[in-house]
Design a protein around this ligand. Structure first.
Ligand SMILES: *[C@@H]1O[C@H](CO)[C@@H](O)[C@H](O)[C@H]1NC(C)=O
Ligand SMILES: *[C@@H]1O[C@H](CO)[C@@H](O)[C@H](O)[C@H]1NC(C)=O
Length: 357
């Protein structure tokens, strides 16, 4: 079919570490109203940025595991937004209101968005007080009934799950790979918050589909992003099938990129098991170590820990034009087939629900 790239290998491919490689990211039948994002730590800060700045695109909502307020690092040193700091959200709130409908999408959209926030009570990297300030900030724009704030007793800085994944960290220690069995299915809970009772129970594995790798280059790339990223596509959502699928973006934290921890974020978090039974595609953008020095809002810094950018390192990080946000959004638009960039080989979907952005 014109504009749709064929998969290069069969669905029988099961090894994550040898993910099937795509020549480029592929368009799928996706309901544009189903797009959501969640992330952990710097990926959590990024999920909040995407949910706020691109609220027209992330219509199903956004989830933040151990992340802080939007625009936290611009007018105060970013380290104030970490550890047990007490950042101010006054200037960020003023900024949000002045940018609404310009540098960022209209804040009015947030009234309709589902928002999920999770924090560990023993997290000393992004403390409970900081996640609470994110909730305070968003409460100015969101409906209280649409916001869910969850605390995990005794949990340190870790993406919480309810299974023992290979190589996981202990729940009460803030250490790589920052994924831990805390007796709480974070991926499942955030997805249930977005999609509600319509979700079927998670799969038990093995997965029906494949984790595909694709080049995170050109309009899908940016400094600080790796050359390769991943997407899980359940069998029912693969090329030629009729299912209309959902799309979720899952963002890892600093040091949790594929080059550092391998497939642990792709596998141990459990997103794919939920995706498998619920016709959901999961996009996993990837960072990389960038030892170059860049001016940020907090002075000249490198990105030696491979973080998603919320400190003004790669352009205006929390505006729509921020390098990392723009690349991730281009991936989303490519998957849903509504990329309008001139010269793109991706054609628009012809499904009846599709309309131009
Ligand atoms: C970045 O710097 C660290 C520490 O000097 C070094 O170990 C690493 O290899 C460098 N990585 C890259 C990609 O340049
Ligand atoms: C940051 O780096 C630039 C050059 O890249 C330099 O001109 C500037 O003085 C540096 N700023 C600080 C605060 O070190």
């Amino acid at each position: 079919m014109a504009g749709r790239l064929l998969y290069l290998a069969s669905a029988a491919f099961a090894q994550y570490t040898a993910a099937v490689t795509l020549d480029s990211l592929t368009t799928h039948h996706v309901d544009p109203n189903s797009v959501s994002v969640s992330g952990f730590s710097s990926g959590g800060f990024m999920a909040a940025q995407l949910g706020v700045a691109y609220s027209e695109l992330f219509k199903a909502g956004f989830g933040v595991f151990a992340g802080g307020p939007y625009d936290c690092g611009r007018d105060q040193d970013f380290t104030t937004c970490l550890f047990n700091g007490t950042p101010s959200i006054e200037k960020p709130l003023v900024n949000m209101r002045s940018w609404s409908g310009h540098q960022i999408d209209c804040l009015c959209n947030l009234k309709q968005r589902k928002i999920y926030i999770q924090a560990g009570t023993a997290d000393d990297v992004v403390g409970l007080g900081i996640t609470t300030l994110l909730e305070d900030q968003l409460s100015h724009f969101a409906l209280p009934s649409n916001v869910r704030f969850v605390t995990s007793d005794g949990a340190a800085h870790a993406m919480p799950t309810d299974v023992d994944g290979q190589g996981n960290s202990p729940c009460d220690e803030s250490t790589l790979p920052y994924i831990a069995n805390c007796g709480y299915d974070g991926a499942g809970e955030v997805l249930k918050w977005f999609y509600g009772e319509r979700l079927k129970p998670r799969g038990q594995g093995p997965l029906s589909g494949d984790i595909f790798s694709f080049p995170q280059i050109g309009m899908l790339g940016a400094p600080g992003l790796a050359e390769t990223a991943f997407v899980y596509v359940p069998k029912k959502c693969q090329h030629g099938r009729r299912a209309v699928c959902r799309l979720h973006v899952a963002l890892h934290g600093c040091g949790m990129h594929f080059e550092q921890i391998g497939d642990k974020f792709l596998v141990n978090t459990g997103y794919n098991l939920w995706a498998d039974t619920n016709e959901m595609i999961v996009l996993y953008p990837q960072t990389t170590v960038d030892n170059g020095t860049y001016p940020t809002w907090s002075g000249n810094l490198s990105n030696s820990n491979a973080c998603f950018d919320w400190i003004g390192q790669y352009g205006e990080s929390d505006w729509k034009i921020g390098d990392h946000m723009r690349a991730i959004v281009n991936m989303v638009k490519t998957i849903i087939g509504r990329h309008s960039k001139p010269g793109s080989s991706i054609r628009h979907s012809t499904l009846p629900f599709d309309e131009e952005l």
